[in-house]
Write a protein that binds this ligand. Structure first.
Ligand code: CMC
Length: 435
């Protein structure tokens, strides 16, 4: 290993490929850990062929120093630190600093960063009027896609992506304002007045008070719940090149401003195969209702023609227990204890469903384990969040990951507009019919 850049001292030999009798050599590049990549950037020029990989199962889209996942081991590292250690020992805001700047903050750096973020927690007052233009029954994710996109209309002074300082201000603004926007979306849906941020509270306690306080009585943040939610935010903060992060990078590759890129990420996150799975998992547990109905749902999940999947199960990358799910399960127990619901019937259904699935050949053979979303719904519901807010909370936490990845992309000298190609299977050229 080269001590300076963590790369192997010698690069691996090139890969050899023969296409139509033509031999080409492709450079094989190594990262600091994880699989090597075959650089196919010249393939089309050299052979006239594209690579074909729908769903990007074998494609690395970029080089990144931020997050590493070993799906077979069930390992997740932010800037090299295991997720379990970060969840146990530090705060979400310190993790934000780590993801953005590459190192854990010193005390002085943390105080300074916290001051900067808290200075940006309010949103432009006119945004309250913008937000009240939505229907009351709008899904909070619909409100967030639109409102975060609209930030670029309110904060022109931080949309120049070629200006380092403007990029930094936009990053701080988004980390600071996302909880305010998510809380406003919630308050609007229940007909409560918006609650302004309180900068004397930590990041997560402030978010809870913006969601749950009302002007007519004092609100005391429960420290067990606030710490649990902070940990949930840490677990969701980044996850390598997942669908929404890749969306943010692709949107950003054209030079779009960061508010617009994060709005695109939120739209992608909304889907039930991605961030929407926490909502879908809780709905599924509610539908199952009692443990005696579990076998029926296991059978349905195994039957391809049913179109049903066990929500909160399976992952594109993890072929072992999702390390975030382990921390989430522990957090779930803590929260249920703290709110006096340790006999929540849904927890009983979840634990039994997990136990049965993990012993079933179908799930064993396909390496399907609980993912982060399996226990997050029960936990968030016990904290008082409605199901429709679950994915919005995911978006609050993932914003820092999107921003860190966007920033890395903008600063990457190899960065070019993302422009995939295709295998065309439509009609060949034909002439417009003559009259
Ligand atoms: N229940 C039943 N069967 C499943 C499930 C499931 N949850 N997940 C995958 N399979 C089967 C699937 O039918 C396929 O079978 P076969 O090989 O016979 O065709 C095989 O396992 C591989 O599935 P895939 O769809 O090719 O795998 P993928 O990598 O494209 O999808 C996934 C990954 C997460 C979208 C999928 O496992 C899934 O739909 N899970 C439920 C939704 C969910 O919990 N999503 C949250 C992901 S974690 C949070 C996040 O990162 O956003």
């Amino acid at each position: 290993m080269d001590a300076h850049n963590g790369k192997p001292a010698t690069e691996p030999p090139p890969a050899r490929l023969t296409v139509d009798g033509k031999h080409v050599e492709l450079e094989v590049r190594s990262g600091s850990i994880g699989p090597n990549v075959i650089d196919v950037g010249q393939l089309y020029k050299d052979t006239g062929c594209f690579t074909y990989d729908p769903g990007f199962t074998s494609t690395a889209n970029c080089a990144s120093k931020i997050t590493f996942i070993d799906g077979d081991k069930g390992e997740l590292l932010y800037r090299g630190y295991p997720i379990e250690q970060l969840a146990e020992n530090t705060s979400f805001l310190a993790v934000c600093y780590l993801l953005l700047y590459g190192e854990l903050p010193t005390n002085a750096e943390f105080i300074n960063f916290r001051r900067t973020i808290t200075n940006h927690t309010m949103v432009h007052e006119q945004m309250t009027r913008f937000l009240t233009g939505y229907r009351r029954d709008a899904h909070p994710m619909a409100v967030m896609v639109g409102t975060v996109g609209a930030l670029s209309a309110f904060y022109h002074d931080s949309t120049d992506i070629n200006d380092t300082r403007q990029r930094e201000i936009a990053s701080h603004r988004m980390i600071a304002k996302m909880p305010t926007i998510a809380a406003m979306a919630y308050k609007y849906s229940v007909g409560h007045p918006f609650i302004y941020p309180r900068n004397d509270l930590d990041y997560t306690s402030n978010f809870m008070q913006m969601c749950f306080a009302v002007p007519c009585e004092p609100y005391i943040v429960n420290p067990v719940l606030s710490r649990a939610l902070d940990r949930i935010f840490i677990l969701h903060a980044d996850h390598e090149q997942n669908a929404s992060t890749s969306t943010v990078r692709l949107a950003g590759s054209s030079g779009a401003n960061p508010f617009a890129c994060v709005a695109a990420g939120i739209a992608c996150l909304w889907g039930p195969a991605h961030g929407g799975a926490n909502e879908a998992a809780l709905n599924m547990l509610q539908e199952i209702g009692t443990v005696d109905r579990i076998p029926e749902y296991i059978a349905k999940a195994k039957d391809k023609s049913s179109g049903f999947r066990l929500m909160g199960f399976g992952h594109r990358v993890y072929k072992n227990y999702d390390p975030r799910a382990k921390v989430m399960q522990k957090t779930c127990h803590e929260v249920l204890d703290a709110v006096g619901s340790k006999h929540d019937p849904l927890l009983k259904v979840a634990l039994e469903l997990e136990r049965i699935a993990l012993q079933d050949d179908y799930f064993i053979d396909k390496k399907l384990y609980p993912n982060i979303d399996f226990y997050s719904g029960i936990t968030l519901r016990a904290m008082g969040f409605p199901v429709s807010m679950f994915t919005a909370l995911f978006a609050v936490a993932r914003t820092v990951g999107w921003i860190a990845q966007w920033k890395e992309m903008i600063e990457d000298p190899e960065q070019r507009i993302g422009r995939p190609r295709q295998l065309y299977i439509g009609h060949p050229r034909r002439d417009f019919p003559a009259e």
